[in-house]
Design a protein around this ligand. Structure first.
Ligand code: G4P
Length: 501
């Protein structure tokens, strides 16, 4: 049994991600939260993890980026008796899949919106993932110190574009240059002398139109509380943080294939959602990031690596306080531990106190871009194969192998990932690759209850079939037409755009 104080440790944890479209103010807000938590003492201490396409070659940026992102992967600090873990997500959209995986390790999300721009494309995609997982979200309307959209229009925008009911918790006194503070909507208008006539009218409208904040609805992912402010000017940030720690969920139960795992359970369980390779090619080691789903993790205690059916213990697990990595003796459900690794782990792996569990919800998404990968140095075939496999285990991109001719196809979310792979193969594995363009529209995972039809499909479409890394059948359609014809002709075959169905 967990002791009382161990249970309290779990209950006081708040593990979340801040997500936004690039430039909305995620880095600035993160930094201000860290300042409130006393985790940093000067503004400017958090490096933006943006990869900017500049005159410098991209891979230089990538290397810098990888250095920064270890430090900012998880930022832990204490505030008002709560223990907060902020998980960083990559800003660049070519790494969207990393962001989706990170979202599987959080218990809630804060969405930052630029009040001059409203909801933008990347915010929409991120919200889809939150909705799929029923992750509770709060919304911070940032940059109210600039002339922006009307606060009511912004809320309409969120409701329509993100498909979630909202209710304002704080409201702005003024906007643009006149913006200087926020006030609590819940206080109403009675006895509120400082409110202008316009603000009183706003409060009446809010009372008439928006629901009262309902914590249960928020925790179900049905209602998003909204805050207004300026991260840059540190206005409205403390209001958000206070409300957040009091209302955001402590670690939530996690679904495994076998059963639902409760954070308060005795036995430790956790899953790997991210692998970070060392930047030094002479020391090929990684950090595997595990989200603890239940119980307590302890240093030097044996745990079961379920996929490998092996007992392992860890002498130097790290936790992340502020921006520093520290060795820890114990960590609790909700926390993220970094385990030094030399190739034992891949994304989705489970560690437990002994039980055979497999956590769900780390799907691969159908990539957007595809290229054949070819060996450019015949003497280094082994190195190339090893590199490709390890990079795929890290989740850098997805590998497909043509069932027709055995050629290897790499699928990514964006062009930048091809550059990362080529660069890393060369610098970490001493292997050279070449890319060959291919016409490809979508990769979909296929499944059917109708064995006969499936067999017929596989025979007729042999030239379009590939295996994914787990050996599952994937249909590689080279055009929208080919896909829709296939869907039309084979009614009993399901075409899935994520690997988990
Ligand atoms: P991101 O991580 O979401 O990509 O955004 P980031 O915090 O880096 O902010 C993007 C830009 O917006 C930065 O300006 C930042 O200073 C500015 N910003 C963030 N919050 C606010 C706000 O509340 N009000 C105003 N007016 N600006 C804000 P930059 O010029 O790109 O960088 P910097 O030179 O200011 O560092």
């Amino acid at each position: 049994m967990l002791t009382n104080s161990e249970q309290q440790e779990i209950l006081r944890r708040r593990t979340f991600a801040i997500v936004s479209h690039p430039d909305a103010g995620k880095t600035t807000l993160t930094e201000k939260l860290l300042l409130y938590g006393g985790a940093i003492h000067v503004a400017g201490a958090v490096k933006s993890n943006k990869i900017k396409r500049t005159a410098t070659s991209d891979w230089m940026e990538i290397e810098k980026q990888r250095g920064i992102s270890v430090a900012t992967s998880v930022m832990g600090f204490d505030y008002a008796g709560y223990h907060i873990n902020i998980l960083d997500t990559p800003g660049h959209q070519d790494f969207a899949e990393d962001t989706f995986r990170t979202l599987t390790a959080v218990d809630s999300v804060i969405i930052v919106i630029d009040s001059a721009k409203g909801v933008e494309t990347q915010t929409r995609r991120l919200m889809e993932v939150c909705r799929m997982r029923k992750t509770p979200v709060m919304v911070f309307m940032n940059k109210m110190d600039r002339e922006g959209k009307d606060p009511f229009d912004l809320m309409d925008d969120v409701e329509q574009e993100l498909g979630i009911t909202v209710t304002p918790i704080s409201w702005a006194h003024g906007q643009g240059v006149k913006f200087e503070s926020v006030f609590a909507v819940a206080d109403g208008i009675a006895g509120r002398e400082p409110l202008s006539d316009k603000e009183k009218a706003d409060m009446e409208l809010i009372e008439g139109v928006y629901p009262v904040f309902d914590k249960e609805a928020y925790l179900r992912g049905d209602l998003a509380p909204v805050f207004y402010g300026s991260a840059y000017k540190t206005i409205g940030v403390e209001e958000l943080l206070k409300f957040f720690v009091e209302n955001a969920p402590s670690p939530r139960p996690v679904e495994a294939v076998e059963r639902k795992v409760d954070p308060m359970e005795d036995g430790f369980t956790g899953f790997c959602f991210k692998i970070h390779a060392n930047m030094d090619p002479n020391h090929r080691s990684c950090i595997a990031f595990f989200k603890i789903c239940s119980g307590k993790f302890e240093r030097n205690v044996y745990y079961k690596h379920v996929r490998k059916d092996q007992q392992m213990r860890f002498s130097a697990p790290t936790c992340f306080m502020a921006q520093k990595k520290e060795t820890v003796d114990e960590a609790y459900a909700g926390d993220i531990v970094g385990l030094p690794d030399t190739g034992n782990f891949k994304i989705g792996d489970t560690l437990t106190a002994g039980e055979n569990l497999h956590f769900k919800g780390l799907p691969s998404f159908s990539p957007e871009m595809f290229k054949y990968i070819e060996n450019a140095d015949p003497m280094k075939q082994k190195q190339l194969d090893k590199g490709i496999h390890q990079l795929m285990d890290e989740g850098v991109a997805q590998l497909f192998v043509s069932q027709l001719n055995g050629r290897k196809i790499i699928g990514t979310v964006g062009q930048l990932q091809f550059e990362v792979i080529q660069y890393r193969l060369e610098h970490e594995y001493n292997a050279k690759c070449r890319w060959e363009n291919m016409a490809m529209y979508k990769a979909c995972w296929i499944e059917s209850d109708d064995e006969e039809e499936l067999a017929l499909f596989k025979k007729r479409k042999a030239q379009y079939l590939a295996f994914d890394k787990e050996g599952r059948d994937v249909f590689m359609a080279d055009s929208a037409y080919v896909l829709s014809m296939a869907q039309n002709d084979y009614k009993h075959i399901k075409f899935h755009f994520t690997s988990e169905f």
